[in-house]
Write a protein that binds this ligand. Structure first.
Ligand code: GLP
Length: 261
């Protein structure tokens, strides 16, 4: 995988927004897989600014969700559908029709998971998949020991993830759903270009294990080592435990500009 160390979260957001812009100029109806959480917000803000200034035409872009809570009432402000509508679809001026995600309120959750995997394939597959990383190394909601071949399915959150996400639920861990739907690791690996952004010291251990540790389901993000074109963008704080940081810096500094990410 390629590791790019940027000075801060804003620079990471700008770099990835540039990459999305370049994709949309080549493929205006690209399918963009978006992640939730705090980390990707600078990407969405930078991309929305480019759309507003006319530098990017995102009008034909299609957007798909990575994961979703199970059991939140439809329209709950912290359902990931609501978050993506608020943080991505509206700022980019897209319509809800260009957006798809798994149905976390479905009665038959298993059928909803299978339907979502099928819908992604029928849409031609994900062109660029944005990812954050959990402090335990999860991507999407693939918690430690998720199968590296997994498909979209229901998962149970670890206590750590519920504590981490309680900040979106009035700081109350009990309000964080226990179950979620997530694209599987196998599903994520089918995207043409996964890009993981990690910022802040709290992600430094997970990043080091993802990039420099062995491929292991106990660190789900390490599965990106299997992808022929995976990019990990980290700020200085999240890169602070990488032994090969200087090598990654030197490599990126001498990369031909035409290659992009
Ligand atoms: C949740 C999401 C992940 C996200 C993670 C980290 O668990 N399901 O997709 O990467 O949070 O969130 P943050 O970026 O806020 O640290």
């Amino acid at each position: 995988m390629e590791v790019v160390i940027v000075p801060d979260a804003t620079a990471g957001g700008e770099l990835i927004a540039e990459t999305i812009a370049s994709l949309l100029s080549r493929k205006p109806d690209a399918l963009l897989g978006v992640a939730t959480g705090s980390t990707p917000l600078p990407i969405y803000q930078a991309l929305a600014a480019k759309v507003r200034s006319g530098a990017v035409d995102a009008s034909r872009a299609r957007v798909c969700q990575l994961d979703e809570y199970v059991g939140l009432p439809v329209g709950h402000p912290e359902s990931y559908r609501s978050v993506v509508l608020r943080e991505v679809i509206e700022p980019l001026g897209l319509s809800e029709a260009s957006f798809m995600g798994p149905d976390g309120a479905a009665e038959d959750v298993q059928a909803a998971c299978e339907a979502y995997d099928k819908a992604l394939a029928e849409a031609g597959g994900v062109d660029l998949q944005l990812l954050g990383i959990g402090t335990d190394g999860h991507i999407g909601f693939n918690e430690p020991c998720s199968s590296l071949a997994s498909r979209t399915r229901i998962k149970t959150l670890t206590e750590q993830t519920r504590v981490d996400n309680a900040r979106f639920f009035d700081g109350d861990t009990e309000q964080v759903p226990r179950h979620v739907i997530t694209q599987g690791i196998g599903t994520i690996l089918e995207s043409r270009h996964p890009i993981l952004l990690a910022t802040g010291e709290g992600k430094a251990d997970a990043v080091a294990l993802t990039v420099e540790g062995p491929l292991a389901s106990v660190v789900p993000a390490s599965a990106l080592q299997l992808h022929p074109h995976a990019t990990v963008v980290v700020d200085e704080a999240a890169a602070s435990k990488l032994k090969l940081a200087d090598y990654f810096r030197a490599t990126y500094a001498s990369k031909p500009a035409w290659q992009g990410l």
